[in-house]
Design a protein. Structure first.
Length: 555
């Protein structure tokens, strides 16, 4: 996505599971030997987990149908007070694919429950009656994780490995709490200094967030992302699986989506106050690089100068990130690569498949669309051959620039605001991509296209979320949005290129090449976004549809 997903209600309250499980599951075993019981493993995989995981925000299979769940690995760890199990499950779907998840589980007697938020199911073991619980909600377990990562106690299992940044070795555990607003992962704040991100969905390969964060901060010294502090890894099937990543806590005033959305809402409310004649506003030509000092005075007066100065700073930080990612010639997984036929085939196959799934989704959701959104959806379906042709026109033989590891899912929601500066985080890559695809070296301009699409969302969301408060009709507001967007893009692109080439070590190719890649990846991003909007917010599908139409008109 090119903007943060809408906030969901906080479901982290103690829940009465009597409506889901009428009676406790009675297991003829001690909790300390639970997974030695075939009965318990069957009950957990066939009855408990299928009903539990579908309720969780981190579960990514909600649009598919579970065929069965298999417990593929179990790791037992102990503290002084409790037995914990880390279970690796494989969720198999009727649609013929699977996903893996890691769930830390414990059992607590009724009298031991201490406000624990996430109950999995009622159960009776030989120890007595109680509940299976998500172990992350037990402070004893959270403390155990921290103490292992910082090396203050000996590792609790031979197949678990704890990597540690030496600067924080033996730091004492003081406190822990959950970070709010989690989506696909769960983050825990320790000692009000560190954040441990628990990867709920896991892959049989090191997580790219772990790889990129450690590379940027420990190898390249990039200062504008959270500093790598440690990780929890598991050896499974001869592969290293990343279970958790620990970083410095970045004090912040929220993310860049919140910042720019707020400023743009204010700007659109000032349209009438400033008596702006929208039809007379100029538009910055596509990909025209524009210094802040050259932004027309009518736009500066309308939105304020600060907006463009913030865009300039964000562009500089983005360029510095790409410079750091593309300047190492020793570590092969981060060494820049050129374009070749293998990349050409990989990209086209991936995008054509993604495009076809969006076509199918749109055809299945046309009944939910109304007004201009419906008209644009009909236009989109009429243009599907032309859009598919755009994806197939990728000609690697004409591209002279470099491919590098990139952020991969770069948007304003992945950037924290600290005063007048920005910090970039969450390097996992696109949620729909496989773990191997997320590590493919790609044009850095794909990240730039991601930010451009996020700007596009920001200007439109300022209108769509405040329609009742704005006096101009929607068509005029959309016209103003497109013109303002063109200047936001121009300022960012100028500052990005100036900063990138001042370093002189990363080639993005010649001018026509850069513009081709930007347009190509803007269409890719907009098509990607269309699927999400159709599944969750059909009214907002107009944003990627307008973006696609605008891009096709420039060709």
């Amino acid at each position: 996505m090119s903007q943060p997903r809408p906030e969901q209600a906080n479901l982290a309250r103690k829940r009465d599971y009597s409506t889901v499980f009428k009676e406790p599951f009675e297991i003829a075993a001690h909790w300390s030997a639970a997974f030695e019981s075939e009965e318990f493993r069957n009950v957990l995989s066939n009855e408990i987990l299928p009903r539990y995981i579908v309720q969780k925000r981190w579960y990514a299979g909600k649009s598919s149908t579970i065929k069965y769940i298999e417990i593929v690995d179990v790791i037992k760890v102990r503290s002084n007070d409790h037995n914990y199990y880390g279970i690796l499950i494989e969720v198999n779907f009727i649609e013929a694919f699977f996903q893996n998840y890691f769930i830390p589980v414990s059992f607590m007697l009724d009298e031991e429950l201490d406000g624990t938020n996430t109950l999995i199911a009622p159960a009776i073991f030989k120890e007595g009656k109680g509940y299976l619980v998500d172990a992350l909600h037990i402070e004893d377990f959270r403390a155990l994780l921290f103490q292992n990562i910082v090396g203050s106690i000996e590792g609790t299992h031979q197949r678990l490995t704890f990597d540690i940044n030496e600067e924080i070795r033996y730091v004492k555990y003081e406190s822990s709490r959950f970070m709010s607003g989690e989506q696909s992962n769960t983050s825990i704040i320790y000692n009000e200094r560190f954040v441990l991100k628990i990867f709920r969905r896991i892959f049989s390969d090191p997580n790219p967030d772990f790889e990129v964060n450690r590379f940027l901060t420990e190898v390249q010294g990039f200062e504008n992302c959270p500093k790598y502090r440690g990780s929890l890894n598991m050896q499974y099937d001869r592969e290293t699986v990343t279970l958790a990543l620990m970083q410095d806590l970045v004090e912040n005033q929220g993310d860049a989506w919140k910042l720019f959305s707020s400023e743009l809402v204010t700007a659109f409310k000032r349209l009438e106050e400033k008596k702006v004649n929208i039809s007379h506003l100029p538009k910055n030509p596509e990909f025209n690089r524009l210094p802040v000092k050259d932004v027309p005075s009518v736009f500066v007066d309308w939105t304020g100068l600060k907006l463009y100065e913030q865009i300039e700073k964000l562009a500089q930080r983005t360029a510095q990130m790409h410079t750091a990612l593309g300047s190492n010639t020793i570590i092969t997984s981060f060494t820049p690569a050129t374009f070749n036929s293998d990349y050409d085939v990989w990209l086209k196959n991936r995008l054509i498949h993604q495009f076809q799934t969006r076509i199918n989704t749109l055809e299945n959701n046309m009944h939910q669309l109304k007004g201009e959104t419906l008209k644009m959806a009909e236009w989109f379906l009429g243009q599907k051959k032309e859009i598919r042709k755009q994806f197939l026109q990728f000609d690697w033989t004409k591209l002279k620039g470099e491919r590098t590891r990139i952020h991969g899912d770069f948007h304003l929601g992945q950037v924290l605001v600290q005063g007048d500066d920005f910090f970039i985080l969450d390097f996992e890559g696109e949620p729909e991509s496989t773990i191997r695809d997320r590590k493919v070296k790609q044009p850095p301009l794909k990240d730039v296209a991601g930010i451009f699409r996020s700007f596009h969302y920001a200007v439109y969301s300022a209108i769509l979320t405040r329609t009742d408060e704005l006096s101009y009709d929607q068509d005029h507001l959309f016209e103003a949005a497109e013109k303002l967007y063109s200047y936001m893009v121009g300022v960012f692109y100028h500052a990005y290129m100036e900063c990138l080439y001042s370093k002189g070590n990363l080639s993005l190719g010649y001018t026509q090449e850069r513009e081709f890649l930007l347009r190509y990846h803007l269409i890719e991003k907009a098509v990607y976004e269309l699927g999400y909007e159709l599944n969750s917010r059909p009214r907002w599908a107009i944003i990627p549809l307008r973006g696609i139409r605008s891009l096709l008109k420039t060709n």
